[in-house]
Design a protein around this ligand. Structure first.
Ligand SMILES: NC(=O)c1ccc[n+]([C@@H]2O[C@H](COP(=O)([O-])OP(=O)(O)OC[C@H]3O[C@@H](n4cnc5c(N)ncnc54)[C@H](OP(=O)(O)O)[C@@H]3O)[C@@H](O)[C@H]2O)c1
Length: 254
């Protein structure tokens, strides 16, 4: 996820220099970018960057951050994308005087089509908020919220959401195969149907999803026959159950 956001910032020339600390080697496109410096392990030096981005798994956040936390300048903005890690948890790790933005992005950020939701603590000044906004704008749409309790709902919907859509492609392809299509054709049709429908929803973004659906559903036609099954409540129930499972996991992670 950190790499996805970084690519959108580099593509938009938003950052001059970035230092990456990551035990895994960098992908080749980042290695060859002269704005990117890389170390595999934090060497204990003072961190005087304008912004520090925290993009490790929530489970290892406090371990990964404990060495760097005391070496971060008080004027540095911390931007965390770790799911389920509250502002209070981040303040406990990095210090209560630190300027902290908690953000939930999603992976379409890599191609500027993400959606992210952020909340800032009281130490974040106007200029830092504008910088965070500019960074998030580069990777797609962005909104601020003031009620942090909604962050786990956001994570469950848009943060984890791309995986649900990819699963929809897999499930559609399997259903097509079961109906009689070859696997290759079913996979192509399923993937391109999701891509095309998403592009149409984007092109006609003033039309609700409900209206777009109704526009392609003729009375007593094939689409209506399928929707009679899909809209009998089970699909909605299972999606709601999935979102609650993701939200519950987010709560457990803090
Ligand atoms: N994936 C998503 O769709 C998504 C969406 C929204 C938010 N997020 C959030 O983004 C964060 C990263 O998730 P991800 O899915 O991108 O995980 P990921 O692919 O595992 O990326 C985490 C990176 O951090 C590295 N790392 C491990 N220990 C480190 C340390 N001590 N210091 C610095 N870097 C270290 C990992 O290296 P190794 O591979 O060597 O361990 C890996 O390159 C999580 O907090 C997650 O909640 C993810």
């Amino acid at each position: 996820m950190g790499g996805a956001m970084l690519r959108s910032w580099l593509d938009n020339n938003l950052i001059g220099n970035i230092n990456i600390i990551d035990p895994s080697p960098l992908p080749s496109d980042l290695q060859s970018d002269n704005r990117v410096s890389y170390i595999s392990k934090y060497d204990g030096s003072k961190i005087d960057s304008d912004i520090v981005i925290i993009a490790v798994k929530p489970q290892i956040l406090s371990d990964a951050a404990k060495d760097i936390a005391e070496n971060i300048n008080s004027g540095t903005l911390l931007l965390s994308i770790a799911a389920g890690q509250s502002i209070t948890t981040l303040e406990n790790i990095f210090g209560s005087g630190k300027a902290i933005v908690r953000t939930m992005p999603n992976t379409p950020a890599a191609i500027g089509k993400g959606i992210s939701v952020s909340i800032a603590n009281d130490n974040v000044n106007r200029e830092q908020k504008a910088v965070a906004q500019a960074l998030m704008d580069a990777s797609g749409q962005h909104i601020w919220i003031s009620d942090e309790s909604l962050m786990n709902d956001v994570t469950a919907l848009s943060g984890s959401g791309p995986a649900y859509v990819f699963y929809l492609i897999e499930a559609l392809a399997k259903a097509g195969e079961k109906a009689g299509l070859d696997s290759d054709i079913a996979t192509l049709l399923a993937r391109q149907t999701v891509i095309g429908s998403a592009a149409l929803a984007e092109a006609e973004n003033d039309i609700s999803a409900e209206a777009l659906r109704q526009n392609v559903t003729s009375p007593k036609g094939t689409t209506e026959a399928a929707l009679n099954v899909l809209m009998d409540g089970r699909f909605q129930d299972i999606l709601s159950e999935a979102i609650i499972a993701a939200k519950t996991r987010g709560i457990e992670l803090d």
